[in-house]
Every structure is written in C-alpha cells, then in structure tokens.
Design a protein around this ligand. Sequence first.
Ligand SMILES: [Zn+2]
Ligand SMILES: [Zn+2]
Length: 250
Amino acid sequence: MKLTVVGCSGSFPSAESACSSYLVEADGFRLLLDMGNGALGELQRHCGLYDLDAVILSHLHPDHCIDMCAYFVARYYRHDGGRAEAIPVYGPEDTERRLVQAYDDVPDEKSMQEVFDFRTLTPGTFELGPFTIRTARVCHPVEAFGFRIEHGDRALVYSGDTGPCEALTDLARGADLFLCEAAFTHGKEDIPELHLNGRQAGEHAQAAGAAALVLTHIPPWTDPNLNQRDAEAVFDGPVTLARSGAVYEV
Ligand SMILES: [Zn+2]
Ligand SMILES: [Zn+2]
C-alpha cells in the first residue's frame, strides 16, 4: 500500500497543510480517508479530480469532511457537461443529510446521490477494492470511526479523532503503520474523550505492538516536536510527524 498525506493539520488548516486527508493506493485503486478543509486542492497534486475510487469519512466534524461539498461541485458540474459517476462514500449515520445541509442549495435533495453513493459505516469488516477494512467506533463527542486497512499481509491503521480507548488499541494490533492523532500536549490540555496527546498516542502504539507510529492531526497552536518527544518516550518503534505530501510505503 502507498499512503500519501494530503492534509494533516488538526482542527483547522495551517499555513503548511490542509486538514485531515490521506490517500491510500494499491493495485491501481485509490481510496481517500477524510476530506477536511483545503484537502481537495492538495489532492490534485497527487491524483486527478476524478481518479478517486472511494471516500471514507471518519466522522462529520468539518476538518474531516467539509471539502466533500467542494468535491460535489467538481463531480456534479463537470466542465464537459456530464456528471462524474457515483463513487462509494462511506460515513457515519446521516452523512448525506449533513453534507446537503452544509452545501445549502443543492439542485434537489437527491442531487448528491448522483455523484456520491452514500453508505453508512457500522463497526465490522468489509471489502473495498483490494482492501479489507475493519472499522471500530472510537471515543469522540460525535459518532467517529477508526480504520484498519489491510492489503495482503500488510496493515495500516488510522485513528480518526479519538480520546484514549481500548477499541483503538485493538484496531492497531500489530499494524505495520499506525497513523494516530495527537492533537493535545501532554500536561497541557486534558479534556476527556476528545483527543490524544503525544504520550497517549505512543502508549496506544506500544500496547498494540505497532511497528511504526506517525503522529497526525496536530493543530497549528501545538508544538509537534513536544508530541513527538512524548510519544518516543513510551513507544519502542520509530515515531515520525505527518507532513503534507509525505509518502509511506506500507
Ligand atoms: Zn479533527
Ligand atoms: Zn473531530
């Protein structure tokens, strides 16, 4: 699998990065995980507008999904006059209604279905293109999912947004790459059931026996180096910081 970080800024975009969005490719299939603020622009550095085969949204906070409204425009009003085909869009309950509401004046209430084939996520496992995808509910103020994406004997795990939880450790068990949020700073913010800090991300990676940890979703006001140091203190494997445009072979 090839993982490309399209955007990794937490909560709102930074001068260097769009919000959460990750491109996962294997066997010519292109899967996008999340499409937060600014991600659609960055995505075009890595593939064509119509090259995505599926989108999965971890949850419906704007920093993970709001550019789907812009993507609707690109697919619905193609410059050649046709519509782009409907690609599968997996998300929590109510994803379609929320995106329609955010867009505000779609031509009619079914318009998004012409270009997005909405499918509701539930905890479990499903096949998508060449991938086997396991989902689990994680710990966040809204319904939110983490994902384990397997291809052959390789596994990539993405936390989405979450506070500390067992479900995340289970999902990340033995992962080759664990892409984990670290929005908070250890010893600074302590809001329950919202986000992880660097130390907690490291603890989850260590408990799961993951091979490598990539910290992501770090907001512009948080010092990423502190979070990396805190994760390294408790995790035996390598810890890197996600940055826009970074590519990982998993
Ligand atoms: Zn977020
Ligand atoms: Zn969130």
